[in-house]
Design a binder for this molecule. Structure first.
Ligand code: ZN
Length: 633
């Protein structure tokens, strides 16, 4: 074991046995995925490291070269195999006229060739990776102009790199339409407004972007290897897809859409190319069991709706299908295989949903059901239903959460002590720290890492500076990570271990300026309201009015009882201080990029009443903490 902060990086006998047991029934004879991930290969990029303007590497295509070797005992062979498939980077022909750029980011970009130019689907996370991917396409397929952009859904790995390929001016001039499912903008920004800071910090654990990559380190996130760390951008859609059956012809390419709201994302769509018998399944079908609830945290998804829409997809296009591709992983070719793949993905989500409810109605709780559910053997025998990104364990708990919430119905668990107060009592009950450490060490030695982690969690929440506890918890997390088939679990465990050994690695990536710039006035007020320091604002009463010049709207905000209420109004509130300004100026004021005194001086903001009222409100806005502690109090 590696006390004193020395990384052990070795699997214990217990971990080796756990891995052997969990991989006993893997369908190793089925190597089709390797053929599919290579099929249509055109070329790899010569540019192996993608850098930002300042020289910082935002994506390294050679970072996972070690995966070419055999699986070490510090990794689950099933996840290792998934990584080997995901690092097959380059330009690939899906069918004539449809190309994919894979291995340039967490997600996959698709290029559809039209009569005069190309339609780009899902331009990755970062401007830099998207530009590099598209450059490889153009290098081999000619300098074809972009004639349209499509976002399959509202997650940032499907739009963030857009400005690496087109500009806002291209779109504003009407030259390039940007097509997205209805509700895209609302959902693309809403997560960032309400819980974005916490999600971003937790995403650092889930994707492991700050971890060292290697046989005992990060080996992939299951959905893609990890997230790129370049500049994220956004150009708002100009065409909404709101109904299934809606059709567009772009540059001679016919496209038929299926809207799938409330599946993998709140705004998402599948679409079909009838002239190429090809289906884009967005992120609704991929080569992994996906998340009903991602471990970075999110609003829980609807496994029932997800399954329903996949049934509809098969009904719509299953009889005329040569290939299904998505915005992660590699395509599946052949009508029979493609339909069976979609059907198995559907069955997987529906099985999780239905069986969880069956057991819920027998009185079992999420943690129990998570251990009881085994996927049907026919699904287990398909690689793409394995939990590389989602898992049976956390998806079952998500279904429970969707229907019943956090409370399990047992009043013994209705009002437990919070972590630190519990920790003090558990540690005391185990005979103090020394007693608790004996329990933890014995659990570790027995290979019961789940119990060791629970006990050490109490020790650390009682005394976070206890070095032997930090060290043993890091070793424990590491063994749990080594055993995990799920890439996000492995990264989360190894991230916890890294922070216990080396300290907090924080959140490297800040909020996207483009995303902030798209906030509606109402979203701006929401984003301030959730940062109001309630107790300090208890006794403040203040009404302000806001005339938004470029939208011809008026809002009234009222601070009372620690809340900042906002509503649209016909006119400013009588007697209130009134600010007259554009939406962008409002964003500037609340984010601090626009100085009020200067804005008043140059007329960007006009005020009637007491301008200091704004300081009163902004003075009550508390900072967020993007680097909050996770594995310690
Ligand atoms: Zn995605």
């Amino acid at each position: 074991m590696g006390h004193n902060g020395v990384m052990t990086s070795q699997a214990t006998d217990a971990t080796r046995q756990n891995i052997a047991a969990s991989t006993e029934h893997l369908p190793l004879h089925d190597t089709q995925d390797f053929d599919d991930a290579d099929r249509g290969f055109v070329a790899r990029s010569q540019q192996r490291q993608i850098t930002a303007l300042d020289g910082r590497v935002v994506w390294d295509m050679d970072a996972y070269d070690f995966l070419a070797g055999g699986c070490p005992d510090t990794a689950n062979p099933s996840l290792w195999r998934q990584g080997q498939l995901l690092v097959k980077d380059g330009l690939f022909e899906v069918v004539p006229g449809i190309y994919q750029l894979r291995g340039f980011d967490l997600s996959t970009m698709t290029v559809i060739e039209g009569d005069t130019g190309v339609i780009v689907i899902d331009p990755l996370i970062s401007k830099e990776t998207a530009a590099a991917a598209f450059a490889l396409y153009q290098q081999h397929r000619g300098d074809r102009p972009v004639v349209a952009m499509i976002y399959t859904h509202s997650h940032i790995d499907h739009f963030g790199g857009v400005k690496g390929i087109i500009s806002q001016a291209d779109v504003d001039s009407g030259q390039i339409p940007v097509i997205a499912p209805e509700g895209f903008m609302q959902h693309a920004v809403v997560e960032n407004i309400f819980a974005g800071t916490a999600m971003t910090r937790r995403a650092g654990y889930m994707y492991g972007a700050s971890l060292d990559k290697g046989p005992a380190g990060q080996i992939g996130a299951g959905l893609g290897q990890t997230t790129s760390t370049g500049e994220t951008t956004l150009i708002g859609p100009t065409v909404d897809i709101s109904t299934t059956g809606q059709e567009l012809t772009l540059d001679g390419v016919r496209i038929v859409f299926q809207v799938t709201p409330g599946t993998e994302a709140p705004a998402e769509m599948n679409f079909y190319f009838p002239d190429r018998r090809a289906l884009c399944a967005a992120e609704n079908a991929s080569h992994t069991m996906h998340n009903v609830l991602t471990i970075r945290g999110a609003v829980v998804r609807d496994a029932h709706a997800w399954a329903h829409y996949l049934t509809e997809t098969i009904d719509l296009w299953g009889s005329d299908l040569d290939v299904v591709f998505a915005s992660h992983h590699w395509p599946t070719w052949g009508r029979e295989r493609a339909v069976e793949y979609l059907a198995q993905q559907r069955d997987m989500y529906l099985y999780l949903h239905d069986q969880t409810l069956r057991l819920i109605n027998q009185g079992y709780v999420g943690a129990e059901i998570a251990e009881m559910i085994q996927m049907p053997p026919a699904l287990e025998a398909a690689w793409h239903t394995h939990g590389y990104y989602g898992s049976v364990s956390h998806n079952v708990k998500a279904v429970y959460q969707r229907y019943l919430g956090w409370y399990e119905g047992n009043p013994a668990r209705l009002w437990p002590h919070p972590p630190e107060a519990s920790a003090a009592r558990y540690v005391s009950a185990m005979g103090g720290i020394n007693g608790a450490m004996l329990v933890a060490q014995s659990a570790f030695d027995d290979g019961d890492y789940r119990w060791a982690a629970q006990v050490l969690d109490h020790v650390l929440f009682f005394d976070e500076s206890h070095q032997p506890a930090r060290s043993l918890q890091a070793d424990t997390f590491e063994q749990l990570g080594f055993g995990a088939e799920n890439g996000t679990w492995r990264s989360a465990y190894l991230a916890g271990a890294k922070e216990l050994r080396d300290g907090n690695f924080g959140t490297p990536v800040g909020a996207s300026a483009d995303l902030i710039a798209t906030l509606t006035v109402s979203q701006v007020f929401d984003s301030i309201a959730i940062r109001i320091d309630g107790p300090r604002a208890w006794d403040e009463r203040l009404v302000l009015s806001w005339v938004i010049t470029d939208e011809d709207t008026t809002y009234v905000t009222e601070l009372r009882n620690g809340v900042l209420v906002h509503r649209s109004a016909k006119a400013p509130h009588p007697g209130s201080t009134t600010f007259t300004l554009s939406r962008v100026a409002l964003i500037g004021l609340v984010t601090g990029t626009l100085d009020l005194a200067r804005a008043l001086g140059d007329g960007t903001v006009v005020v009637s009443g007491d301008a200091a009222d704004l300081q009163t409100v902004m003075g009550l806005v508390a900072p967020v903490n993007p680097d909050f502690a996770i594995v310690t109090p």
